[in-house]
Structures are given as structure tokens and as C-alpha cells.
Design a protein around this ligand. Structure first.
Ligand code: ZN
Length: 732
């Protein structure tokens, strides 16, 4: 996941953020419109790279700085909008790109700590400021004078001699204004403002409730025998987690996905079922942590908002600037994959049930049991023991000799650890990123371990955005949610965790190589269905024969990972993909269905809606539930991925096709890496995505490497429906 698209720049960023909090009628917190010089946000940080000084920043510094930042930005935008000079690129868009620096400074720091290290004070700031930020966004994008200047530039574009990056920036601003309602009649603008504020509040409430729900939903057991099957280390971690909560016994905290990591090891069906039920019902049990009433309101408000713009549904409204461009193309992509994937899902489910029967299972096999048996099938057929495998993946070694090493081989960059940069958690490590010519190009931080005050999942974001215009270099962080080793234990992580590290670092590279003048177009500020392309592409190097043996070294003996284990890992790659690919595609389908509702649709019954959506998806959802159920689908209800979750498989398709290009051109070489760095990673949002890809690969992306990668090609049960254009045909 990535979070900096939500806050790319002060101007455009806030548009998509719409996080937010309390009732809109609540009186606005009062704060002076200017910030006292003593505030750590009053000036750009004097630390290297302008990194926020987390040693100096107190929780109470955020609210006044956000308030003052909005006031300052308002003054700047008003001055730009009201000037009498004829609009020029520089006095309008150039000036906007230089505005809002204080607000951006504080919001980037605030989002980092509120996401990765939150507390009541920070959540209260979020609650108070989110509706105000939504309104602030409206202030900019519903400013008729400002839009008049942008429209003037658009109409006189032929005379302006803009370079390609400037032309792109104008296009982005113009459409953003349109999309924000600048061309709507006044009455509709009033409705829009009300909807935006309600959405903003609901979306923040959803995120906060879900965090509580996950915390409260953790499985607590007092009897160690219920945990039979877990390794000593896992049990020690569970005891540690209980201690952290001042509880006796053991706690298995919930990850934000449907499936939970312990389910593959727990030998008791009853415990598995308990943990699984705790996961899927974390937010639908009634009471304070139930998210259903929030969801149905968000879905309806989004449909109503789309209708104000003349769009049939939220998906069509929101996909305009994506690579897919509309609901039909995104839905078509999922629909085309359903026959092959569901065939594989049925096949895998039969294997699971057969194995359970052969072991005398008298219970009805449920999705709670899937990973337990799948793990055994994996071991039978591929003989990979996940716990043994973990012994080759020590976190620091994976980071330095795997993730960093691959980047050095491909892109020529190296990493130098530094200890003088304050962070928000002692768990973190910080590195200068140095280019092949010795120049320092970025700062990178990583926050690896799960904490109760950290949002679920893993993500990348910026603390400082890259911009030649502002003279700033990127400061980037990765947040993971790996299980923290018990004191004295080695930091062994799973193969999934290894893949996640490569994934998040793929985002980091997209930010590290950013080379834009204008921050709005910089680095990872690209479409959702493009932004996960570099990250998913980067996952491929984890298994590369030149990379894997370099980092996969036994934590105790120092022995390299044995070749037969590597071979098995490679063979095992297509195993269980009906489940793993399927759960993602199903979640994507659920997302698109929620966002296909017309404005006239009544408030939905969440349980019924979800059951219908899944039943009609074409996937085997009885055996394979979606990766996220509606009630805990953070991506789509509060993290900016609404109608956009399809972007994960879509960008996987791009990532596998690009990797196939590498394989066809000699694999891991500096030359190939440089080409990809120059033509994709350093381009930001300065070029049409399809054209950018075509320039890199010399052709359009093809879906076949995606199917091959997951071993889905052979499972195709029905002929491909001709319905929607394949991605390869797009743009023609
Ligand atoms: Zn990602």
C-alpha cells in the first residue's frame, strides 16, 4: 500500500485525502492564524533533508500548526486568485505549486505518526482537522476566480510554450478543478460541500472504529494447549502480546486481512474457527466498533456525489484519471479473470477437503481451515516448512543484503545508515541513499514491527516531497507490521514478510528516483492503478537467482539457503494461487460493486449486499472469502482506494509484464535497471501512463505473464469472453 498519494502536495493532495473526523457542526478549534516561532513547524526543519524533528515535535504541536498552515495557504491561494495580472503559468500554477508549504510540512509529519504511532491526542487532532481540511480543499477547488485563471491558461495553452511537464500540470489542475465541482452551478456546489464534509467525517470514523475493532477482536486464550501447533517463538510472541495488554495467558493480535498468519499452524479446529470468526466479525457485532452503519452511508453519499457530476456511479466518477479510466474497463478486467481463477479455486478446495477427510476430520471444512491444510499440501508437494524457511530470513539481512542489494545491482544506488535522525519509534532504522556518482539523493526510513498503536498493513509515504522547484529531496519511509521478536530472539520473518519488504521498497524507489519540477507530479503522485506497478514489479527480485542466495542465509549457522529449498520455493510459487489471487480479485469486485450503486439506491443492508455481490462475482467465494470483508475494508472506506482496489491485480499485470521484459533482455543488469529507472521510476505523473509503458517496453503490456506467473493459464475453464478490451488494446 502507499499513502503519499493522499497527501502528495498541499494543493492537490488534500483533495483525495478526505480523511476526517467529527460532526461538521462542531465549532472549529481556535488557533492563531500565525504560528509562534517556537513551533517546530514554523520553519522548514534544519535537520538533514528537512526531515521533521521528531525529537522536538510534541503531540500538541500538530493542531496549531495545521490550523496556521490552512490559514497561510488560504492567504496565498487568495492572493494568487485575486491578482490583477493576466494569468501566466508561473503566476498561477507555478505559484500554487510553491504555496501551502507549512500545511504540507505538518500534514506529512502528522500522517506519519498518526498512521504508525497513534494515540488519543493524535486521533483527536485527526477528528478535529479532517472536516476542516475537506473544507479547505473545497475552498481551493471551488474558488471561481482561481478556476477562471486555470481555464484561461487552458484556453490559451497554444500560446504559452509550455514544456511537457508544465502542460501535464495544467491538464491535471484543470481536470481536478472540474472534478472538484468548479463548473457546477451554485446550488449543486452547496450540496457538494455538505456531502464532502459528511464523507470526511464518516471516513475518519471508519478508520478509528476499525483500529479499535481490531484491537478488541484479538483472540485471547489462557490455556496454552489451545495454541498447539504454533512454534515456541510464536507462543513467546503471543505471551509477550498478552503482557503488553496486561492480560494473563496469550494474545493473538488481528491483522487487517481476513486470513490470519497463525491459522496455518494452529492444530485445533476450534481455535482456528475462533480466530477466524474473531477476524471476519471484528466489525459487525453491533456496539461501538460496528462499522456497518458507516459503510452504507458512505456508499450512498458517494453515489449522490457522483450524480451531482452527471456520473452514473462513484466508480465512473472517480476513475477518470486512472489508467483504466472507467468502471467498465476495470470490471471487464476482473470478469475476464474469473473463469480461470474460479476453476483453480474449486480445484484447490477439493484438495483441501480431501486432505481433511483423509485425516479423519469430522467437522465441516471452512475457510478457517484452509491455510492449515494448504500448508500441509505445500509441505507434501513442495516440502517447504514455513518455520524452517523463516530461519533464512533475518529481517536486517533481508533488508541490507536483499532489498538494498537488488537496488544496488539494478540502479547503482547504495545505502549508508545514520543514527542522528530522530524518528517516531526506537524500532526504526534510517539510511542515506547514495547514487552511483556519490551524490546523496534521498533519505529512507523503515518501521518494521507491529504495534497496537499502528494501523494494519504495510505502506510507504514521504515525510518530504521531491521538487526541483522547491529544492527539496525525497524523505521516504516504509511501515511494516511484522511480528516483533520476543526479547533475545532473532528477528525472523516469513516469506510473505520478505515479499512485503520488496513491495514497499518498490514504492520507495519510485519516490527515491523522483525527478520532477512540480511536486504535484512528483514521484509516487500517480494514478492508483499505476502506483502499485513499481512495488509489485520489485517483488520479483526477492526470488531472483542472483538476489535470493545473497540474503537468504541461516540466522544461526550462516549457511546459504540450500538450492533444493530455492527450487521448491520457485515451484511453490503457483501453489494456492486460486486462493491468494482470488481473494484479492474478490475484494476488488466487492469494492467495484459498492461503488456501482446509483444515487437512487436506498441505504443498503451491508450483510445482504455483500452476500449478493460475492455470489454474482463469478469466483468461488464460499471456499475463498474476500481478502477484506466490507466491514474492515480500510482501503476503500478510508484510505483513498474506493473503486480502486482492482488496481492491485491490474498493476500486478503491469509488473509481471515488465519483469517478463527484463527476462527477455538479459534479466538483472545495470543497463536494464537504468532503462526502467529512467523511463518509469523517475517519470512521476509527467506522461500518459500507457505511452510511458510503451516507451519502456517497446510494446503494450500483455496479460499472459500475469496468468503464467500464478499458474492460472492452464486452469482456464471457459473461453475468454470478448467483452471488454484487454489492457493491451487500451489506448488504441
Ligand atoms: Zn503497495
Amino acid at each position: 500500500m502507499i499513502r503519499n498519494i493522499l497527501l502528495a502536495t498541499a494543493a492537490l493532495a488534500i483533495v483525495t485525502t478526505v480523511p476526517a473526523g467529527s460532526a461538521p457542526r462542531r465549532p472549529a478549534p481556535t488557533a492563531p492564524a500565525t504560528l509562534p516561532a517556537s513551533s517546530p513547524f514554523a520553519q522548514p526543519s534544519t535537520l538533514p533533508w528537512q526531515t521533521p524533528d521528531f525529537a522536538r515535535i510534541k503531540d500538541t504541536d500538530y493542531l496549531p500548526a495545521i490550523m496556521a498552515g490552512m490559514a497561510e495557504h488560504k492567504r496565498e491561494v487568495t492572493a494568487i486568485a485575486n491578482q490583477s495580472a493576466t494569468p501566466t503559468f508561473d503566476n498561477t500554477l507555478g505559484a500554487l505549486e510553491k504555496s501551502g508549504l507549512l500545511l504540507e510540512r505538518v500534514l506529512l509529519a502528522f500522517n506519519a505518526v498518526n498512521g504508525a504511532n497513534t494515540n488519543d491526542t493524535l486521533q483527536d487532532v485527526d477528528t478535529k482537522t479532517s472536516p476542516l481540511l475537506a473544507a479547505h480543499n473545497d475552498f481551493i477547488y471551488l474558488n471561481a476566480k482561481l478556476f477562471g485563471r486555470v481555464r484561461y491558461l487552458r484556453e490559451h495553452q497554444a500560446e504559452l510554450n509550455l514544456n511537457p511537464e508544465q502542460a501535464k500540470l495544467l491538464d491535471v489542475y484543470y481536470k481536478q478543478f472540474q472534478h472538484a465541482g468548479a463548473e457546477l452551478p451554485a446550488a449543486k456546489q452547496t450540496q457538494l460541500k455538505a456531502i464532502n464534509q459528511q464523507l470526511s467525517t464518516l471516513q475518519t470514523n471508519f478508520g478509528q472504529r476499525l483500529l479499535e475493532a481490531a484491537k478488541a477482536g484479538a483472540l485471547h486464550v489462557t490455556d496454552a494447549s489451545a495454541l498447539a501447533g504454533l512454534s515456541e517463538q510464536q507462543i513467546a510472541a503471543a505471551a509477550e502480546a498478552a503482557k503488553g495488554r496486561k492480560l494473563p495467558g496469550y494474545v493473538l493480535p488481528l491483522q487487517n486481512t481476513t486470513q490470519q498468519p497463525s491459522l496455518e499452524s494452529l492444530s485445533s479446529h476450534a481455535t482456528r474457527q475462533q480466530l477466524f470468526e474473531a477476524s471476519i466479525h471484528r466489525a459487525d457485532r453491533g456496539g461501538a466498533n460496528d462499522t456497518r452503519n458507516i459503510i452504507r452511508q458512505i456508499a450512498r453519499l458517494r453515489a449522490q456525489k457522483a450524480a451531482l457530476f452527471g456520473n452514473a456511479n462513484w466508480a465512473d466518477y472517480t476513475l477518470y484519471d486512472q489508467m483504466a479510466q472507467n468502471r467498465a474497463t476495470a470490471l471487464g478486467f476482473l470478469t475476464r479473470l474469473a473463469p480461470a481463477v474460479s476453476a483453480k479455486q474449486h480445484q484447490e478446495a477439493e484438495d483441501i477437503r480431501a486432505l481433511a477427510r483423509s485425516q479423519g476430520a469430522t467437522f465441516e471444512v471452512t475457510p478457517a481451515d484452509w491455510n492449515f491444510y494448504a500448508e500441509q499440501i505445500r509441505q507434501q508437494r513442495y516440502a517447504i516448512d514455513s518455520d524452517k524457511l523463516k530461519e533464512y530470513f533475518e529481517f536486517n539481512r533481508v533488508l541490507e543484503d536483499g532489498v538494498f542489494y537488488a537496488a544496488t545491482q539494478l540502479y547503482g544506488i547504495t545505502f549508508r545508515e545514520r543514527k542522528d535522525i530522530p524518528t517516531w519509534s526506537p524500532d526504526m532504522r534510517v539510511f542515506d541513499v547514495i547514487d552511483a556518482d556519490g551524490k546523496e539523493i534521498a533519505l529512507f526510513m523503515i518501521d518494521p514491527w507491529k504495534r497496537d498503536n499502528k494501523n494494519g498493513g504495510a505502506w510507504m509515504s514521504n515525510l518530504v516531497n521531491q521538487s526541483y522547484l522547491r529544492g527539496t529531496k525525497p524523505v521516504i519511509y516504509n511501515v511494516e507490521n511484522f511480528t516483533k521478536p520476543a526479547p533475545g530472539q532473532p528477528a525472523l520473518i516469513s516469506w510473505d514478510d520478505v515479499t512485503t519488504m520488496f513491495h514497499e521498497f518498490g514504492h520507495a524507489l519510485h519516490g527515491i528516483f523522483a525527478a520532477q519540477t512540480y511536486p504535484t507530479l512528483s514521484g509516487t503522485s500517480v494514478a492508483r492503478d499505476f502506483v502499485e506497478f513499481p512495488s509489485q514489479f520489485n517483488e520479483n527480485w526477492a526470488l531472483d537467482p542472483k538476489i535470493l542466495p545473497h540474503y537468504a542465509v541461516h540466522y544461526r549457522t550462516g549457511q546459504r539457503i540450500p538450492q533444493d529449498m530455492v527450487d521448491k520455493l520457485l515451484r511453490a510459487r503457483t501453489f494456492n494461487q486460486g486462493y491468494e489471487v482470488g481473494e484479492v480479485l474478490e475484494a476488488a469486485r466487492l469494492d467495484l460493486d459498492w461503488h456501482s450503486l446509483p444515487a437512487s439506491a436506498p441505504l443498503q443492508d451491508v450483510d445482504k449486499f455483500e452476500a449478493n455481490a460475492l455470489a454474482n462475482s463469478g469466483f468461488d467465494t464460499a471456499d475463498v472469502p474476500p481478502r477484506y470483508r466490507s466491514t474492515y475494508f480500510l482501503h476503500i472506506w478510508s484510505n483513498g482506494y474506493s473503486a480502486g482496489y482492482y488496481a492491485y491485480p491490474w498493476t500486478r499485470m503491469l509488473g509481471q509484464d515488465a519483469f517478463a521484459w527484463f527476462q527477455q533482455h538479459g534479466g538483472l543488469t545495470r543497463a536494464n535497471g537504468q532503462r526502467y529507472r529512467d523511463m518509469i521510476l523517475s517519470r512521476g505523473n509527467t506522461q500518459d501512463y500507457a505511452e510511458m509503458y510503451r516507451a519502456f517496453a517497446g510494446r503494450d503490456p500483455d496479460i499472459q505473464p500475469y496468468l503464467d506467473y500464478y499458474g492460472l493459464s492452464g486452469a482456464t475453464a471457459a473461453p475468454q469472453p470478448p467483452a471488454t478490451p484487454a489492457p493491451t488494446e487500451r489506448g488504441k
